[in-house]
Design a protein around this ligand. Structure first.
Ligand code: SF4
Length: 113
């Protein structure tokens, strides 16, 4: 039995996942999906910033377009830390495609002119 707190929404339901991947304590289906994934293949969306040039700002907020395996967070962060972009940048621009073959892109979260 694994005890978890669901982080999908602010309600924070207390979940229990048994050895057969039956989830209890969830208030909605999303919590069931989260509980199963958290036990079998936990993933996270990474948010960070990268170096920004040609702007009065020095950093640009970025995130992964899809959640990546939790075990790869530090490796993905190392790739994010290599990125340097120059303004102008549009929110949603792909700065690094398919980072470490995860299927997730690193995308800009803010437009800078
Ligand atoms: S189980 Fe549903 S209601 Fe409860 S925290 Fe997760 S997403 Fe929110």
């Amino acid at each position: 039995m694994t005890k978890l707190i669901c982080i999908v929404c602010p309600k924070g339901c207390h979940l229990e996942v048994d050895d057969n991947l039956n989830v209890t304590g969830n208030s909605c289906k999303r919590g069931e999906v989260y509980g199963k994934n958290e036990v079998t293949n936990p993933t996270r969306t990474i948010t960070s910033t990268v170096i920004l040039k040609n702007s009065c700002y020095t950093r640009l907020p970025v995130k992964t377009s899809l959640p990546v395996p939790k075990s790869m967070i530090f490796d993905v962060m190392a790739e994010i830390n290599k990125i340097e972009v120059s303004a102008p940048v549009s929110c949603g621009d792909i700065l690094l495609k398919n980072v470490l073959s995860t299927g997730s892109d690193i995308v800009a979260c803010k437009s800078i002119k």
